[in-house]
Design a protein around this ligand. Structure first.
Ligand SMILES: *Cc1c(COP(=O)(O)O)cnc(C)c1O
Length: 393
């Protein structure tokens, strides 16, 4: 018997006791065996638990999905191979040609591209509208509008969408409200508690938190939507790698600690920057000079988030000097990492816009966005003091 279990193509059984490990195991297997076709039927029909093929689901994705479900107050969420895969699964799983979609006018860059190029190419009409202005969104609706996609806090100007107004409007008109909650995270705001139908995350960012895994998450309130989104994700192969899920689940255990620390760093650095000569404007939702301060207080309470934007002299030379002067803070176009990162929208996330379009959003050459990490605040204030000083010389 033993000889039949060893040799090429024969795997040695997993040792007894391995299931008692305290850490989350990683299961990279692509395939799972069944005892017979009846058992496979039971699995596919949901009468018995289990897996068959990793593109359709695997334990590491499920562990991560259940953990994010708990944070979002969701049920049956799925993990995708990236945040954009989650957005794509929602749009492609639910829309059909002839539908109309309204998107926030400051959505994540690739979401704007879906709105401007890909959906229209496939026969879905789109309109962008300012989600801080409920009249503007209402005016953009058409009889064919099926879905509204917004972010709570915009990038990089940190404007706060009128979430209560959007939820009311969408409910009245029978339109799905889809919220990309990447920036706010469930620690700041839980969309499903406030009338949203679907919540999306780029898990790549704050939830995973270490810039070493690219993943997304989506959860829908309605089981039919859930099935349609999941089916498209499985068909199109938008599903994730077990190793990335394992990394993200590990990262998620410290999410609340990281978030709170980064948020208090953000509040402190925002005040510090505002006190500095050479800084023309600081944007942080909890500061009284923020344009949506009252709404931020109402929606987010004491949660100002982990992002701060600010402006120095409106010239490329000043921007170059600032990034070079920022010491250990990487000039890198991401957010939500354990370490603070600095981004310059005019040359990265918003470089696809014309200068006039950027200016209309208030983004000049001196505009920067900081994603706060978990460093000592004293280090950060020192580094940014030096960076701003360099931008002035
Ligand atoms: C990064 C990001 C995405 C895309 O996520 P990926 O994981 O990079 O595909 C979508 N929305 C927001 C708000 C993001 O910040």
């Amino acid at each position: 018997m033993t000889h039949r279990l060893s040799g090429p193509g024969r795997r040695v059984p997993w040792p007894a006791g391995a299931a008692d490990a305290v850490g989350t195991p990683i299961q990279p297997s692509v395939v799972y065996r069944s005892t017979d076709p009846d058992a496979l039927d039971d699995r596919y029909e949901g009468r018995a638990p289990g897996y068959s093929y990793a593109r359709e689901g695997h334990p590491n994705a499920d562990v991560l999905a259940r953990a994010i479900d708990a944070l979002e107050g969701a049920e049956g969420g799925i993990i995708t191979g990236s945040g954009m895969a989650a957005v794509t699964a929602v749009l492609m799983g639910l829309l059909r040609s002839g539908d109309h979609v309204v998107g926030g006018d400051q959505l994540y860059g690739r979401c704007l591209r879906l709105m401007r190029d890909d959906l229209p190419r496939l026969g879905v009409a789109t309109t962008l509208a300012d989600p801080t202005d409920i009249e503007a969104v209402a005016a953009a609706l058409r009889p064919q509008t099926r879905l509204v996609l917004v972010e709570v806090v915009s990038n990089p100007t940190l404007r706060i969408a009128d979430m209560d107004g959007l939820a009311r409007l969408c409910a009245e008109r029978g339109i799905l409200l889809v919220v990309d909650n990447t920036f706010t995270t469930p620690r700041g705001y839980r969309p499903l508690d406030h009338g949203a139908d679907i919540v999306i995350h780029s898990v790549t960012k704050l939830l995973s938190g270490h810039s070493d895994a690219t993943l997304g998450y989506v959860a829908a309130r309605d089981p039919d939507h859930r099935r349609a989104i999941t089916d498209f994700a499985v068909t199109a192969g938008l599903t994730p790698s077990p190793f990335d899920c394992w990394l993200a689940e590990r990262g998620l255990h410290t999410f609340a600690l990281r978030y709170d620390r980064a948020e208090s760093n953000a509040a402190a650095l925002a005040d510090h920057l505002a006190s500095m000569p050479g800084v023309r404007r600081v944007l942080y939702p909890l500061r009284p000079d923020h344009p949506d301060h009252a709404r931020a207080r109402h929606l987010l309470g004491a949660r100002g988030g982990t992002m701060v934007s600010f402006e120095v002299a409106d010239a490329r030379a000043a921007a170059n000097a600032l990034t070079r002067g920022a010491g250990a803070v990487p000039f890198a176009p991401t957010l939500g990492d354990i370490g603070t990162t600095l981004s310059h929208p005019a040359s990265s996330s918003h470089r696809g816009l014309t200068e006039a379009e950027r200016r209309s959003l208030g983004i000049g050459e001196g505009f920067f966005r900081i994603s706060l990490g978990i460093e000592e605040i004293g280090q950060l204030t020192e580094e940014f003091t030096e960076a701003v000083r360099m931008s002035q010389s």
